[in-house]
Design a binder for this molecule. Sequence first.
Ligand SMILES: Nc1ncnc2c1ncn2[C@@H]1O[C@H](COP(=O)(O)OP(=O)(O)OP(=O)(O)O)[C@@H](O)[C@H]1O
Length: 248
Amino acid sequence: MKNKEPVILTEKLTKRFDSFTAVDEISFDVYRGEIFGFLGANGAGKTTAMRMLCGLSVPSSGRAAVAGLNVYKQTEQIKRNIGYMSQKFSLYEDLTVLENIRFFGGIYGLTDQQLKSKSGKLLHQLEIESEAKKLVGNLPLGWKQKLAFSIAILHEPKIVFLDEPTGGVDPVTRRQFWTLIYEAASRGITVFVTTHYMDEAEYCNRVSIMVDGQIKALGTPRELKAQLNETSMDGVFYQLARVAKRGE
Ligand SMILES: Nc1ncnc2c1ncn2[C@@H]1O[C@H](COP(=O)(O)OP(=O)(O)OP(=O)(O)O)[C@@H](O)[C@H]1O
């Protein structure tokens, strides 16, 4: 991490659906270039929180700023300053690799010239030049996810939000995916990532763990393991999340 310049600030951020409090007064800061792991069991409230930070859902109460922008009032500006990808929504399967790059690059406001140079670099970095004209639907899942991530940061956003980006992907490809994450973070892009894989939690600079809408722990993996007297993030997570009332 380069310095301690906060790019996400939240204070008692809350989301209620009628009488149900999905996200319950969460407060934390995330810094520039940081890889921040946002963990929690199923139903803990991670996606709901992330949607508020992306300007897709209006909070019920509390405060939050993303890239210096207010999540209540400046949602359109927020969308221009972030990248987003999830396991569920990524690329158009019926477009080729190159068409997807051009389509999303166009949405992110890149010029034709920028698109040309960036798509060449991207294909080279992922070593998929030979696949450029193939339909994305025909690529292995791991390749799709690496491509989706690279496209989500094509416009060099301040922050990229990743919602379970490696779900269902094999361990080797997950490691390669994390190499891309480290490269993006080293360029100053902040990475906000949810995952259910505890080996990935170990790769994060800091991790928060949500249980039933509240943040129960926040720190570096080393700090959390020391605090809870565990040797692995798996143990930390289990100790905190086993008391959860929500989930499957
Ligand atoms: N639009 C909605 N209306 C009512 N309840 C909702 C709505 N969206 C989410 N919830 C509830 O809020 C809680 C938190 O859901 P959320 O999807 O944020 O959890 P999550 O931590 O992302 O879980 P997962 O890991 O399973 O994706 C759940 O109990 C869910 O049923």
